[in-house]
Design a protein around this ligand. Structure first.
Ligand SMILES: [Zn+2]
Length: 442
């Protein structure tokens, strides 16, 4: 089956300026672009045609940091203790369709509750469920010292999206178990907040030897390793251990920046969460202290990230959707805005990050995220020119067609749903201070 998209302006994902061209798709691949496509189509009988006049034709977006199983959680507490395995997988399959409707045809899901993103990925690939292409980690590996959720981290075992590992045997065993289960990546929370020392911020919670071991065991089986790293020490140790991709990488010092540049390790800053709280926190009742903290995290990233970009280190684009501050479907484009606004990228560079460069996170570099013959036909047709205005990519109403694997998707609105009982953190309401409820007694 052939699909012929004609009359549009193509953004090919390489960073090239848009050009007028048709795109010819056969089955799941792009087979020709431009005049070649126009010529080939004349000899074909069965062709589905899409008139893309006035539209930009570009690779489907890739979101390299999207937790599909979290269901727009408000906190770790909710993720760790309020969720059920099968129900969260079913809910994730609904949210997967929201993601598609935002023009996102691929995601990297770094860690998930009950590691059920692996099941969703396989169900999508087999055609049982409609959703984006997925690359997955399973449980994030974490040490018992506190990790990213402070006191909420248990002393051992699995909770929510993580597994605590103690010592070499447990590290080897868990990495191999996850590889057997089918992970695309091993995820490690290299840094975290140690509860009693929270004032020191996130710190490296692994020894060099332990991180080396994770990489040794994973790489031996050909599986890459990605790390959540905040703070210079976490970045330096992860780089030294041979991590393949870093998330956040905020708080880098001179030495950390140099280490990342030397090995050209792709970095996924994932600052959408912070940017949303910084810009909209005041409207939703976030404390000023938290707003300032997140503003600061963005600001302190500006210089280091600019240096990585100048040195040719790929910035990977991921929104960290899956939380109330970054709900599915709404903000997958936002990281591109952050790259443009704070890191000085042009919109075309930001689009390359979210398409061709992000294919690395899907382990599909060179075959995804490009409008080129031979690449997978994941294509977005959108009104207007995102190379002039990156925010257009956040306007779902402008999206006319989304094509994944050569198949045009049905973008009709999803059915509404109610709240699941027992799914969110129950609350008895605000603090009942006597002065607030019985002012007469003051
Ligand atoms: Zn994450």
């Amino acid at each position: 089956m052939h699909l012929y998209i004609h009359g549009g302006q193509v953004i090919d994902g390489t960073g090239e300026v848009p050009f007028a061209a048709s795109v010819l798709v056969r089955d799941d691949k792009i087979v020709a672009v431009g005049q070649e496509a126009d010529q080939q189509v004349m000899h074909l009988d069965q062709v589905k045609r899409i008139d893309a006049s006035g539209l930009t034709v570009m690779p489907g977006l890739i979101d390299s940091h999207c937790h599909l199983s979290f269901d727009d959680a408000s906190s770790n507490l909710e993720i760790f203790h309020q969720r059920r395995n099968a129900l969260s997988a079913l809910v994730a399959s609904y949210n997967a369709k929201k993601v598609l409707r935002a023009g996102v045809t691929s995601i990297l899901d770094p860690d998930s509750v009950f590691a059920n993103s692996l099941d969703l990925r396989d169900a999508i690939n087999a055609g049982y469920v409609e959703g984006p292409r997925m690359a997955c980690g399973a449980y994030a590996l974490i040490t018992g010292v506190g990790g990213t959720a402070g006191n909420l981290i248990a002393d051992e075992g699995v909770t929510g999206y993580y597994r605590v590992v103690h010592g070499e045997n447990e590290i080897i065993r868990e990495v191999r178990r996850q590889i057997k289960e089918g992970v695309d990546w091993i995820k490690v929370h290299v840094s975290g907040v140690v509860p009693h020392y929270a004032h020191l911020g996130e710190r490296c919670s692994w020894s060099q030897k332990e991180l080396d071991l994770v990489c040794e065991v994973a790489h031996d089986m050909g599986v890459p390793v990605m790390g959540h790293c905040r703070g210079a020490e976490a970045v330096k140790r992860a780089v030294k251990a041979d991590f393949d991709m870093l998330f956040h990488a905020t708080g880098m010092d001179e030495e950390a920046v140099k280490a990342v540049i030397d090995k050209r390790i792709p970095v996924c800053p994932s600052l959408t969460f912070q940017a949303n709280i910084a810009d909209f926190g005041a409207q939703i009742g976030t404390s000023q202290a938290l707003i300032d903290l997140f503003k600061n995290e963005i600001q302190e990233s500006v210089e280091p990230m600019k240096r990585l970009i100048a040195a040719g280190v790929p910035l990977i684009c991921g929104s960290e959707s899956g939380f109330t501050a970054v709900p599915y479907g709404d903000w997958h484009h936002r990281e591109m805005e952050v790259f443009v606004k704070y890191f000085g990228m042009t919109p075309l560079q930001a689009i390359r990050s979210a398409t061709a460069d992000n294919a690395f996170a899907m382990k599909m570099s060179g075959e995804l995220g490009l409008i080129k013959p031979g690449c997978y036909a994941d294509i977005l047709c959108i009104e207007g020119d995102p190379s002039q205005q990156i925010s257009l990519l956040g306007e779902t109403r402008l999206i006319h067609h989304v094509i994944k694997n050569g198949q045009q998707l049905d973008l009709s609105p999803l059915p509404a749903h109610t709240r699941l009982s027992g799914w969110h953190i129950p609350t008895m309401g605000q603090r009942i201070s006597k002065s607030a409820v019985m002012p007469a007694f003051n």
